[in-house]
Design a protein around this ligand. Structure first.
Ligand code: FVH
Length: 296
């Protein structure tokens, strides 16, 4: 971190579960950290550790050249910042609240209208991870601002800059969350299915589910390639036409075991329809790569 970064005072607006973790990491790294929260008492422990309590949102913003906001959503952020928007002039606003790409783009325009540089961010971590390299934080927006304050931002975790389009961080954040929720939905369904026969769920998870899901990630690079152009397979390793039968069997078995297949059907029906549309001769990338690896 540059000497300048070590001295950069920073303000954190929003001291919920995540905002508190952000402020604590910056404080621990040696930055003069000013904090503000609607419910003032949430600042107490941070102030006891050396943070500066701002008496108002204007005081919070004017205390530092870098203002990090981590509030419930963009609506709350605009509600909180509106009375002090002009104080943002000449500062960097870093918004780490969850939102949509459009909200990120609109906020970049709003910030520029108030003379502020803007970085939109997506935190791919839970509060206890903040301050550790496992915490991935995605940024998009002003490249000069990111480069100037990368040292400060890296105090929060592994910082990845995605590009000048302020909507990218939210887009990638929501894309990664989609993959996480899809995997969780499938895992919950798997546990419900084996649970109907009173299986040892922790044992099933550690010995079968986790190794299976881990091995299936080997097919993701092929999936990425295939999203651009579906490749016809000469001798399909795992033809999608066969996959369609397995998908139908999942639905039938779930019903037979008395497990609600509603959630999973939203994942499987589009795949079954895609398979039906493309016809036989295509493979599911994950199983191809698995077969190739096994054959080495
Ligand atoms: N916690 C997590 O694991 C995830 C990880 C990924 C990123 N998210 C996003 O971070 C934003 C904040 O999340 P959070 O977990 O800190 O959320 P809360 O603990 O509920 O704190 C919410 C803060 O927002 C303030 N707030 C809510 N409504 C208002 C309002 N009308 N006016 C002013 N402030 C408001 C709230 O203040 P208070 O209730 O303490 O007074 C908290 O500071 C979020 O976008 C996650 O998606 C976290």
């Amino acid at each position: 971190m540059s000497e300048q970064d070590a001295l950069t005072p920073v303000t954190v607006v929003g001291l919920g579960a995540m905002g508190k973790a952000l402020a604590a990491a910056l404080l621990k790294a040696g930055h003069r950290t000013t904090v503000w929260n609607r419910s003032d008492a949430k600042a107490d422990t941070l102030v006891a550790d050396g943070a500066v309590r701002a008496g108002s949102i204007t005081d919070a913003i004017t205390a530092s050249p870098v203002v990090i906001v981590c509030l419930l959503d963009y609506g709350v952020m605009h509600e909180v910042l509106a009375p002090a928007a002009d104080a943002l002039s000449g500062r960097l606003l870093v918004n780490l609240s969850n939102g949509t790409p459009e909200q990120g783009r609109e906020t970049a325009v709003w910030a520029a209208g108030h003379g502020a540089e803007y970085l939109d961010g997506g935190i791919m971590a839970v509060p206890p991870m903040i301050g550790h390299p496992e915490a991935l934080v995605l940024y998009s927006g002003s490249k000069p601002a990111f480069e100037q304050h990368e040292g400060l931002l890296c105090r929060l975790g592994d910082s990845r800059y995605l590009g000048t389009d302020a909507g990218l961080a939210a887009l990638y954040d929501l894309a990664l969350l989609s993959a996480m929720y899809g995997q969780a939905a499938g895992a919950r369904h798997a546990l419900a299915l084996v649970g109907t026969e009173r299986a040892d769920l922790p044992e099933f998870t550690s010995s079968l589910l986790i190794p299976w899901l881990t091995s299936m990630t080997i097919g993701l690079p092929a999936l990425a390639e295939q999203t651009d152009a579906v490749r016809e397979a000469e001798d399909p390793v795992s033809p999608e036409s066969m996959q369609a039968v397995a998908i139908a069997n999942i639905a039938e078995a779930s019903a037979g075991q008395g497990v609600d297949g509603e959630l999973l059907s939203h994942l499987l029906v589009p795949l079954r329809d895609l398979i039906g549309h493309r016809g036989a001769g295509h493979d599911l990338p994950g199983l191809i790569e698995l077969a190739r690896k096994a054959a080495l």
